[in-house]
Design a protein around this ligand. Structure first.
Ligand SMILES: Nc1ncnc2c1ncn2[C@@H]1O[C@H](COP(=O)(O)OP(=O)(O)OP(=O)(O)O)[C@@H](O)[C@H]1O
Length: 364
């Protein structure tokens, strides 16, 4: 799977850009604020239809323009496809080979990406919403049906919250039933992904750290009894919701469900969030990304495209080299941004295509 052409019009400060990337390492270098991250954002958008900065369409369109166009030619299993996204202030239109894509699963899967940004290191230390967001996007890449299950859950959650807000005494039970049913779908799919990642995580962590520390990854459900869950997931959620009903009525919001769950990262049996050093946290996230890449490669029988935004500022030389060694061994296309070319520990390889970016233009 690879991106063989990229064409941008009025996308952030990239007003008119055409790129023919190389098959392996594509390094975009230049000063701050020139458009390197914007370029990665456009590729991410083409793959996921979402901005990794949670930006709205209006922020993605060049100031003063009415629309933006992100177009790519992708190749998977020797089949070439043109995929494009037209961004208008009111919405997006996705096309595949010039035909409007009407179904989600037609569009997704043509280009799989794994993103690695400095902000993701904060995922270990930060609040649960960062980890949930990461988890949702990662699960969706390998399980397209997850998006439907997740949207169904969110829709019911919103309706249940509206009822709680209205102060209406009746009708909650019906929403609670539906919520529990939809929640089981979300939790089971998230847990299945974690189960697969867990098998790979230790191997990569040991490779990076070179020691015998152990790593754990676990799905942690908020307020749900795990013994009950193992016997009957739906009933366990119903029981937890019932037990919190008074609190929910008081706070006018649903307090139990996957929107409150968390992903637990453990190191030597303790919470990495509290006990891991910065270096260990970096190694953890790096190993997690490697595991994610490996898992996607297995699911699709083709590795994803990797987007590495300014990682040289976060990873020290040794981790940087470890990551590059891991990538060199795989037939995968990589897009890297950095302020200076020699920050990227690629060593001697002829697989690098370097592009200098200045004021939204490729200048070499
Ligand atoms: N909608 C927009 N229209 C025009 N320019 C925009 C828009 N959104 C952001 N920009 C510009 O894009 C630039 C930021 O680009 P980007 O984040 O890609 O920088 P970068 O090269 O990755 O820099 P750094 O090395 O600091 O991360 C800023 O100059 C900003 O003003």
């Amino acid at each position: 799977m690879r991106l063989i052409k990229l064409k941008l019009a009025s996308f952030r400060n990239l007003k008119n850009l055409e790129l023919t990337p190389g098959d392996k390492f594509n390094v975009f270098y230049g000063n701050n604020g020139q458009g390197k991250t914007n370029l990665l954002e456009s590729i991410y958008l083409l793959a996921t239809m979402k901005s990794f900065k949670q930006a709205k369409n209006s922020e993605l369109i060049t100031f003063g323009s009415e629309f933006a166009l992100v177009k790519g030619a992708v190749e998977r299993d020797r089949v070439r496809r043109e995929i494009s996204l037209l961004l208008e202030k009111q919405g997006k239109k996705a096309k595949i080979d010039d035909k409007l894509a009407t179904r989600v699963d037609d569009f997704f899967g043509n280009l799989n990406v794994v993103l690695f940004t400095p902000e993701e290191i904060a995922m270990v230390r930060g609040g649960p919403e960062l980890r949930r967001r990461y988890l949702d996007r990662a699960v969706f890449t390998c399980d397209i049906g997850y998006l439907t299950a997740y949207h169904a859950y969110v829709k019911i959650l919103k309706q249940r919250n509206a009822l709680l807000k209205s102060g209406e005494a009746f009708g909650l039970d019906t929403w609670t039933e539906q919520l529990a049913q939809a929640a089981v779908q979300v939790v089971e799919r998230r847990s299945a992904w974690i189960g697969e990642i867990e098998k790979l995580l230790q191997r990569f962590y040991s490779e990076i750290s070179g020691n015998d520390e152990t790593v754990q990854i676990e799905y942690r459900q908020h307020a749900v009894d795990q013994k009950n869950w193992e016997k009957d997931p739906r009933q366990a959620l119903l029981d937890a919701l019932k037990a919190h009903e008074a609190e929910e009525r008081r706070r006018c919001t649903t307090v139990v469900g996957p929107h409150r769950d968390d992903l637990h990262f453990g190191l030597n049996g303790r919470a990495a969030r509290h006990f891991a050093s910065q270096g260990q946290q970096r190694s953890y996230v790096l190993a997690l990304k490697m595991a994610e890449i490996e898992y996607i490669a297995r699911c699709f029988e083709a590795p994803p495209v990797l987007l590495l935004d300014d990682m040289t500022s976060e990873l020290d030389r040794e981790r940087n080299e470890n990551l590059m060694e891991f990538l060199k061994k795989r037939q995968m296309q990589v897009f890297i941004t950095t302020t200076a070319l020699d920050n990227v520990a690629l060593g001697a390889t002829d697989q690098v295509s370097a592009f200098r970016i200045s004021a939204g233009k490729i200048t070499n």
